[in-house]
Design a protein around this ligand. Structure first.
Ligand code: PGA
Length: 322
């Protein structure tokens, strides 16, 4: 592992980034640093430091770590979807709080707002928690104002991208075909994909929930996808941010239906996360459902205590399954 020193700081390299451990607490970010590594003097793009903990990090272009999220032999995946929250100061504190904990048998993923990817990634360096994008464009580059390409997410340390979330389907009119093209773009950029599916309340009440979700899978999951790069999240739209959680029987039935669909396409090992008002108080019951491979957590991920409570339930589930 290359090591180098800059001012009073020791730097060590990991795939995709350098970490600086400062001998003294630091209180300001430096806009650009030159650091010496065993590869020579290099420019550091961006340096972060946290006065309270004295931890600091820097991003430099190093070869990307291409190991898939699931190539780590994990049992339970718990993802924090911050959506368009919180302000940077709160985000920084939350990531530092996440970094303080780890949970046996659990891999955590943070989907922060895209502008915070680097900053959150360096705070989570050395932990089991990966960062990912909340969306990507289906093209690799071009005249697409306001959009972010999958490769750009990867350059910022993302390892995975969330696609087809119901809020993107509703707010941006994203359909299954678009989700599939985005997934293909993400895979080409070396990212894993987490594709979201889920029915509305009207669809559930009309008795068509399984048909809707199966059609979303058909349309959104690219044909021939490498199983190790795919994760699914079943999120009933009516349970997202509403405090209404699907009953364990409803979850079990839908996860079994998704599992059947996966098995027919030789994708049987793909994990299926559940999402929609997951909280510390209901996580044990949800993780107790067969075929639930983890959770996609929105609101509860904005409080470290709540997110940690869900991760603890994930660790209990992983222990029970092993
Ligand atoms: P929620 O959101 O946990 O706030 O319901 C979940 C999600 O939208 O991913």
């Amino acid at each position: 592992m290359p090591e180098c020193y800059a001012r009073s700081c020791k730097l060590s390299a990991r795939p995709g980034q350098l970490t600086i451990s400062c001998a003294v607490p630091v209180s300001a970010a430096w806009p650009l640093q030159m650091v010496e590594t065993d590869g020579g003097i290099r420019a550091v793009d961006w340096v972060w430091c946290d006065a309270a903990s004295g931890r600091a990090g820097a991003m430099v272009p190093l070869p990307a770590d291409t190991q898939s999220v699931r190539g780590r032999g994990i049992e339970v995946i718990i993802a924090a979807n911050w959506k368009m929250n919180p302000p940077l100061a709160d985000a920084a504190a939350l990531a530092v709080a996440y970094a303080a904990d780890s949970f046996d048998g659990v891999t955590r993923i943070l989907f922060p707002p895209a502008p915070y990817l680097v900053q959150m990634g360096v705070r989570l360096d050395g932990t089991d928690m990966l960062v990912g994008g909340q969306d990507c464009h289906h093209n690799a580059s071009g005249a697409h104002t306001g959009d972010v390409a999958a490769g750009m997410l990867a350059d910022c340390g993302a390892r995975v991208v969330l696609l087809g979330h119901s809020e993107r389907r509703a707010d941006h009119g994203e359909d299954d075909a678009l989700v599939a093209t985005k997934a293909a773009a993400a895979l080409s950029a070396g990212l894993d994909v987490m594709i979201c599916v889920g029915e509305t309340l009207d669809q559930r009440e009309a008795g068509s929930a399984e048909a809707v979700v199966t059609a979303q899978l058909e349309g959104s999951v690219p044909a021939g996808i490498d199983t190790s790069r795919l994760m699914l999240a079943y999120e009933p739209v009516w349970a997202i941010g509403t405090g209404k959680v699907a009953g364990v029987e409803e979850i079990a039935a839908m996860h079994a239906a998704i599992q059947q669909w996966l098995a027919k396409r030789d994708l049987a090992s793909v994990p299926i996360l559940y999402g929609g008002s997951v909280k510390p108080g209901n996580a044990d019951a949800i993780f107790g459902v067969p075929d639930v491979g983890g959770a996609l957590v929105g609101g509860a991920s904005l409080k470290a205590e709540d997110f940690n409570g869900i991760c603890s339930a994930g660790a209990r589930a992983a222990a029970a399954r092993s």
